[in-house]
Design a protein around this ligand. Structure first.
Ligand SMILES: Cc1cc2nc3c(=O)[nH]c(=O)nc-3n(C[C@H](O)[C@H](O)[C@H](O)COP(=O)(O)O)c2cc1C
Length: 188
């Protein structure tokens, strides 16, 4: 099954291990061009992307830190600082935004699943180009004020903050699920 080698080698690189160089504009475009080749019921393309680089990453981190304190004025300094740094490790963060079309005959769940596939395809494309990547959400993905800060419309959702860069060291492998325990034959 050597044909599956590339898929078997896929793994995330924790965002704190991602450093310069990150994908340049042409590389990002090339990765996204592959990532949008996902199954998409109804051909709705119900997703869009935001590229966050340089100081914009730090600005988002500052907003996260401020929001963290707004929500919990007693938050320990270490927690606030972790939020401040969240977007400052990887040189590039791509926000995959789900833009489901409400009331469409294609259920919203399917539209969001298609967006999830985009996130995964982006991980694979990044690895294929020699970059490391990690798909993160965290509380910020679900916070109305952070979504507003990012410019998301009502009804849009953060499907993933995709952190992209060059791995500072080999990514740790983790134990993978046992497929045999998950697979059962079905018959009526
Ligand atoms: C939708 C989604 C959101 C995730 N958010 C986080 C997160 O906020 N923090 C985290 O540590 N891992 C998160 N993960 C897990 C990592 O992306 C990744 O799976 C993990 O680091 C293990 O690496 P692997 O992809 O090689 O299994 C998330 C995964 C998914 C699918």
């Amino acid at each position: 099954m050597n044909e599956l080698h590339f898929l078997r080698a896929r793994r995330s690189v924790p965002s704190r291990l991602l450093q310069e160089p990150g994908p340049d504009a042409a590389q990002l475009r090339a990765m996204l061009a592959e990532a949008v080749r996902v199954p998409d019921h109804g051909k709705l393309a119900p997703w869009r992307f935001l590229a966050i680089r340089g100081d914009a990453r730090h600005a988002l981190g500052e907003r996260l830190a401020a929001r963290c304190l707004e929500k919990d004025p007693a938050a320990p300094a270490a927690v606030v600082d972790k939020d401040r740094q969240r977007f400052s490790h990887a040189p590039l963060v791509v926000v995959v935004v789900g833009c489901p079309v409400p009331g469409h005959k294609v259920p919203v769940q399917e539209q969001l699943l298609s967006g999830g596939a985009v996130c995964f395809a982006l991980l694979q494309a990044a690895q294929a180009l020699g970059f490391g990547a990690q798909w993160l959400t965290g509380w910020a993905a679900y916070d109305p004020q952070i979504k507003q800060f990012l410019g998301l419309d009502e009804g849009e959702q953060v499907l993933g903050f995709m952190h992209l860069g060059t791995a500072a060291e080999a990514a740790p492998e983790r134990q993978r699920p046992d497929v045999d325990a998950l697979l059962a034959p079905w018959q009526p």
